[in-house]
Design a binder for this molecule. Structure first.
Ligand SMILES: Nc1ncnc2c1ncn2[C@@H]1O[C@H](COP(=O)(O)OP(=O)(O)OP(=O)(O)O)[C@@H](O)[C@H]1O
Ligand SMILES: O=P(O)(O)OC[C@H]1O[C@H](OP(=O)(O)OP(=O)(O)O)[C@H](O)[C@@H]1O
Length: 233
């Protein structure tokens, strides 16, 4: 059974507002100018992360925003709790939900998901090995990547600070996001392979797209138009 087939979730209910799931943190900040170009104005406390409220009305009476952890956006959308969302391609790759359609690359939150290891280790820890211990927040991506190289990855699942793992002998390598590389450098690591380039995507629940095609199509069009518009000086 896929995420939506038990009939739960908001995606099938027409008449109620569409729900857009936005991630807390850096993507929400980067998304602000795009949101304002769409003409969607969430209630002001939506952008204030100290607010304890999680669901917000917007200037569009047919659209509410929910603010969730970036790693959970895809899950809210896949299970129909939200019709539409914004999340990093890293999160989409990790969960690989069949119920999600990702029609638009928003070009925000650019980074890459990479393998890194200690600078001080001269030989590649993966060379000639059939098993490797990997610290990561992305077990599926890491397992799949090393399986493609015939390496069985033993995953040490961490939610942050994985850059510490090699020096503390928790793992030989890490799989994590890299942008400027400064976090790796500050922890004596360097990038050895890029697994994928990452940007944020607009995502849609496939069932919702079938049941509310005009509303969701119009919302996708607003985002598409906002991307092609110049930011006012
Ligand atoms: N250094 C970075 N540069 C650019 N984009 C990034 C970077 N780190 C993460 N991202 C993108 O932003 C998304 C959210 O990352 P962020 O660090 O804001 O949240 P998080 O730490 O994963 O979330 P939480 O605080 O809920 O654990 C990631 O899934 C990725 O797509
Ligand atoms: O290459 P850089 O520019 O240094 O960026 C990479 C860092 O950014 C992200 O962490 P974030 O800043 O989101 O901290 P967190 O994951 O601990 O919340 C990621 O998990 C890396 O640690």
């Amino acid at each position: 059974m896929t995420a939506h087939q038990d009939g739960t979730g908001a995606s099938g209910r027409s008449g109620s507002p569409l729900i857009l799931a936005l991630p807390k943190g850096r993507i929400l900040k980067a998304l602000r100018p795009v949101l304002s170009r769409t003409g969607i104005e969430p209630a002001p406390d939506c952008l204030d992360e100290s607010s304890r409220r999680l669901r917000f009305p917007t200037s569009d009476p047919n659209l509410d925003v929910v603010r969730v952890r970036s790693f959970d956006v895809a899950t809210f959308v896949a299970y129909g709790g939200a019709h539409v969302g914004v999340c990093g391609a890293d999160v989409l790759m990790e969960f690989d939900y069949p119920d999600i359609y990702a029609p638009l690359d928003l070009g925000l939150g650019g980074c890459r998901i990479s393998v890194a290891r200690l600078v001080s280790v001269v030989d590649d820890p993966a060379a000639g090995q059939s098993r490797l211990r990997v610290a990561t927040k992305y077990p599926t991506i890491a397992r799949r990547h090393f399986a493609s190289r015939a390496i069985n990855a033993e995953i040490v699942h961490l939610n942050g600070a994985m850059e510490l793992a090699p020096a503390l002998d928790l793992a030989s390598v890490i799989v994590d996001l890299v942008d400027t590389g400064s976090t790796l450098r500050a922890n004596g690591l360097h990038e050895t392979e890029t697994i994928a380039h990452v940007t944020s995507r607009l995502i849609v629940n496939r069932v919702a797209l079938k049941t509310r095609p005009e509303e969701i199509g119009a919302l996708i069009d607003r985002f598409r138009a906002a991307l092609t518009e110049e930011t006012p000086a």
